[in-house]
Design a protein around this ligand. Structure first.
Ligand SMILES: Nc1ncnc2c1ncn2[C@@H]1O[C@H](COP(=O)(O)OP(=O)(O)O)[C@@H](O)[C@H]1O
Ligand SMILES: [Mg+2]
Length: 251
């Protein structure tokens, strides 16, 4: 696969927090137009993988290219939806504030949004079924509503590649359906998605490829060929029961 065929290409990525290695020599690429699930046990380094790929935390080694370029040259083509638990929900911001932030190249508070930005934000809120909530404080929303607002934020940016960290964690069935519908739409549009997911039973509904991670990359590829017992044991360890019902729990 050449760089041009890859929405993201991660090569030899290693990360440590202080002296503790958390990711070791991970090489992984996502073809343009694919939807790749990143799965593995709690603490496997999945969030760290996304953050390090996005230069949000330093890496020890490794190179990352997006559409063959460094992140700095294509930042607006790359969208990120962080894990809900990492967000400070007490931060005073309305739904409209949060979604409009997605339309800025970088997060800047206090800048006046353009008319196009407002239109993009309104369209995005409609896509996730959260129109009418513009003036609500994000802290007042349910878990599923928050996830939808954060999805709207990244939709408003309109990137070609979506990196999402557990968009389905801790949400109600209606929000789950809505988010799945939006992901289906993105794939129809030819967008690329790389998302951390904790539920192996719904993986095939959402993704066509999977990367199994546990500090190292255990395996990656089409789901049917990759999610085999040998790889699952290597990723989740112990008896097969550990991964048979693996839902990763809440972090
Ligand atoms: N800021 C941090 N400082 C120190 N250790 C961290 C930090 N963030 C995560 N870790 C540790 O790194 C490992 C991987 O974490 P993470 O990437 O969040 O895993 P996952 O998303 O797969 O659950 C875990 O052992 C976690 O405790
Ligand atoms: Mg995580």
């Amino acid at each position: 696969m050449t760089d041009d065929d890859c929405a993201v290409r991660i090569d030899g990525l290693s990360v440590a927090y202080r002296d503790v290695p958390v990711l070791r020599n991970v090489t992984l690429s996502v073809p343009a137009g694919a939807a790749m699930g990143v799965v593995g046990p709690n603490g496997a380094g999945k969030t760290t993988l996304l953050k390090a790929a996005l230069d949000l935390i330093p890496r020890l080694t490794g190179e990352v290219r997006y559409f063959g370029e460094r992140l700095g040259s294509v930042r607006n083509r790359v969208g990120y939806m962080p894990q809900s638990v990492s967000v400070d929900w007490d931060f005073p911001a309305t739904v409209a504030d949060v979604v409009l932030m997605g339309t800025y190249g970088t997060l800047k508070w206090g800048r006046r949004p353009s008319r196009e930005s407002k239109r993009a934000a309104a369209g995005a809120l409609e896509r996730v079924g959260m129109d009418g909530f513009e003036r609500r404080q994000i802290g007042e929303l349910s878990g599923g509503q928050r996830q939808r607002v954060f999805l709207a934020r990244v939709l408003a940016q309109d990137p070609d590649l979506f990196l999402m960290d557990e968009p389905f964690a801790g949400i109600d069935v209606a929000s789950q359906r809505r988010i799945m519908g939006v992901l289906d739409g993105l794939r129809e549009q030819g967008r690329t998605v790389m998302l951390v997911h904790h539920d192996l039973s719904t993986l095939t509904r959402i993704c066509d490829r999977v990367a199994l991670v546990n500090v190292e990359l255990v395996a990656a590829g089409p789901i049917d060929r990759t999610l085999v017992p040998e790889n699952l044991r290597a990723a989740y360890g112990g008896s097969s029961m550990d991964w048979a019902g693996a839902d990763g729990g809440r972090e």
